[in-house]
Design a protein around this ligand. Sequence first.
Ligand code: FAD
Ligand code: N01
Length: 545
Amino acid sequence: MQKTTTKRSNSLDMPSSIKYDVVVVGAGFAGMYLLHRFRKMGLSARVFETASSVGGTWYWNRYPGARCDTWSIEYSYKFSEELQQEWEWSELYATQPEIIRYAKHVADRFDLWKDIQFNTTVNSVVYDDLSAKWTVTTDAGDVCESRFCVMATGCISLPNKPKFQGLENFAGTWYHTARWPDEGVDFTGKRVAVIGTGSSGIQSIPIIAEQAQHLYVFQRTPNYSIPARNRLLDPSEVKEIKANYSEIRKRAQTTPGNQARLNLRKENAIDVPESERLKEYQYRWNEGGSSFIGAFQDLLFNADSNETAAEFVRDRIREIVHDPETAEKLCPDNVIGCKRLCVDSNYFEAFNRETVTLIDVSNEPIECIVGKGPKVGKHVYDVDAIVFATGFDNITGALLNVDILGAKGKILKEKWQDGPRSYLGLMTADFPNLFTVTGPGSPSVLTNMIPTIEQHVEWITDCIDYVIKNEYATIQPTVEAEDDWVNHVNEVADRSLRTTCNSWYIGANIKGKPRVYMPYTGGFPAYLEKCKAVIANGYQGFRFS
Ligand code: FAD
Ligand code: N01
């Protein structure tokens, strides 16, 4: 279909409005694949992206040590057999630069660049009841009209920059891991503070520790972390994987995390003798990576079972870290796997350096930042640089950062003020023809995200195709279907141990955010079946106009 330029009739001062069939917000792996699919459907599509290039997460998170902790072979698109055969991953866990090279290769291969408008942030997305169209406005002054709108704004994309009082007085330089300078930062000879010990802190701390004259790590909550045991991929291993790629991808879909390597064992930890449990934990610890949590199927459901795995990891921390007091401070006491399990390369080992000091701020928080650095109680830590590894406003943050107004002037922020309400994480009632990729209520961040994103993109594009072919004007979920799904998402989450800690999954990291477990914990296979059944039953739970 052709795009046309029209003048908005209601105001002579308004910029000209361009019409598209679809507008996509975000050019990460979700936005890129959406564009490819819409093109194949013959639709005119425009992607708006704040960044100056593709890759989303991997464009922004360039901090030292940034790499995926999903097996690179699986953390990649599967929609094109040619693509997955031609691309060569060099390591078990790909580095940020390698993932960006991959994203650019995809953009080249499928000729995506020309329909992506970079350096442009979408400010508002407003539905017009009469025309059944969305008006999208950007900070660059674009105003465009589209029939469908897909928010591919990312689950982990809006940085959480904690509002430390006095930061503006800090005499040194500060950074956020998710907005790292392109040219990199050399900490050689510098005194550095890292605030935050989630996945980003845990990946960057060992590398900053190698460079810094002295590193102070400010830890509010210790985290469980499993060694990555990253290594180069052997060419013969890659050849074998490529020969069986579709098998591996199919197997992944039968696992809760959409990841074949996770390898969930069917037994319960509590049912096997202690010696066998320890053997399994040791095996997985030696293998490395997040498949540790797949050691037994009840680890995230039975507190006693969970404690056996948690204590195993604490014992490894006590073994690695020489100073017993530091080791104890690094030992988490919550449920393992409740917060996202971290994967590291020499994280705990970094605390054996004389130049690394762990500052426990669990009881006494960082009061403020003064000219010299962070102040805790009476002590000021005199540093040249502060690294905020303080995470994100996850899942709903980037979405609600856009002013989204639906049918009859409904405001998404208001609708979701007590927590997100979505049918399958794909659509929300009263916002016709507006889709979300990996939205709240979908397995999203609990899975290997690229193939999970593909499943959403395919569902959304097939749905739009259905709407067009059947000559409907709009589609949206019914309130009943949405309520049922939200209740189901909550029930399933409550059955697990996942709601027992202050994780970002539950919105606990952002002041004032409603405490609702946002991702779907029922596992990828159950979710996939539900999505297929909805279509098989004529888009059950949706209504058309
Ligand atoms: P994103 O990659 O977040 O892209 C969203 C894009 O939308 C961004 O480029 C953003 O700039 C843009 N955007 C947002 N709002 C607007 C707006 N208003 N206007 C214009 N543009 C906008 N997942 C895994 O499965 N395995 C891993 O190992 C893994 N590692 C990770 C490591 C890090 C450091 C982080 C932060 C996340 C990691 N993730 C991992 C999750 C990761 O976010 C997803 O795997 C995936 O990259 C998400 O792709 P996306 O396209 O949905 O979103
Ligand atoms: O963010 P986080 P992240 N004072 O929210 C602390 C993905 N990811 O960027 O736990 C002191 O996990 C906060 O403390 P607490 C992955 O999904 C993946 O590390 O709230 N501390 C916590 O320690 C991950 O889960 C990969 O008590 C403060 C830290 O900051 C998600 O992105 C790599 C504070 C934030 O941890 C987010 O990870 C990186 C304060 N005022 C990211 N405010 C890989 O796959 C916050 N903190 C490898």
